[in-house]
Design a protein around this ligand. Structure first.
Ligand SMILES: Cc1cc2nc3c(=O)[nH]c(=O)nc-3n(C[C@H](O)[C@H](O)[C@H](O)COP(=O)(O)O)c2cc1C
Length: 199
């Protein structure tokens, strides 16, 4: 069994909706258990990360970066960084913002750097944008063209469960890809770690 934590903050429900979509898709992969964890709760108990084999981080993009609760969670993992206890585990990231670009890339980059400092293995979003295959733009997977992680757009006035079908499809493919990759590589990564290797 491989265990995945989907860690997220969401003030108005949009990021949570994508987190739940990713989690449901990852859970559909055999021998995979997925838990949704709020960044705010983990910030006070970062040791809760330890039982998991893989992490999918999610944040709304705020002013071109992760939101404050996600940053607080990241900063709370300092002791785990010092002992490199998360080394070798798989990680990926996703972000939701209002604008088509909206500087989402820098949010994903800050997640990537965080995971690299912990010695994790970054899993991207290898989905070819389907609009190039003739699929209507709003229905196309990876329509926003992000390979370093998942991007989704929530228009300013949209309800939390409103995303165009393409972004929901992207989240579904992204969650499945992460879980399948973890099935192939996970036990050799996460569980092979020894603290000595961190020195
Ligand atoms: C303080 C703040 C900063 C924001 N900065 C950006 C931004 O840089 N780019 C963008 O496209 N949207 C930005 N937004 C919009 C949010 O990313 C968007 O509303 C998102 O869907 C919120 O996710 P949530 O519903 O999970 O909280 C910002 C919103 C807030 C409140």
């Amino acid at each position: 069994m491989q265990n995945i934590a989907v860690i997220y903050h969401s003030a108005h429900g949009h990021t949570e909706h994508i987190a739940r979509t990713i989690a449901a898709s990852a859970r559909s992969v055999a021998h995979t258990d997925v838990q949704l964890l709020q960044a705010e709760e983990l910030a006070t108990a970062p040791e809760r990360l330890l039982p998991f084999d893989g992490y999918i981080l999610g944040s709304p993009t705020y002013l071109g970066g992760v939101s404050a609760p996600v940053k607080a969670f990241m900063d709370a993992t300092g002791p785990l960084w010092r002992s490199q206890q998360l080394r070798g585990r798989l990680a990926a990231g996703f972000t939701v913002s209002a604008l088509p670009a909206g500087d989402k890339q820098s949010t994903l980059l800050s997640m990537f750097v965080f995971c690299m400092q912990h010695g994790m293995l970054w899993i991207g979003n290898p989905i070819l944008p389907e609009q190039h295959l003739g699929v209507p733009y709003d229905e196309a997977a990876n329509r926003l063209g992000s390979w370093s992680g998942l991007m989704a757009q929530a228009e300013k006035a949209s309800t939390p469960d409103f995303f165009v079908p393409g972004d929901i499809r992207t989240a579904t493919l992204f969650g499945r890809h992460f879980a399948e990759t973890l099935q192939r590589l996970g036990s050799r990564g996460a569980r092979a770690h020894s603290p000595e290797a961190a020195r």
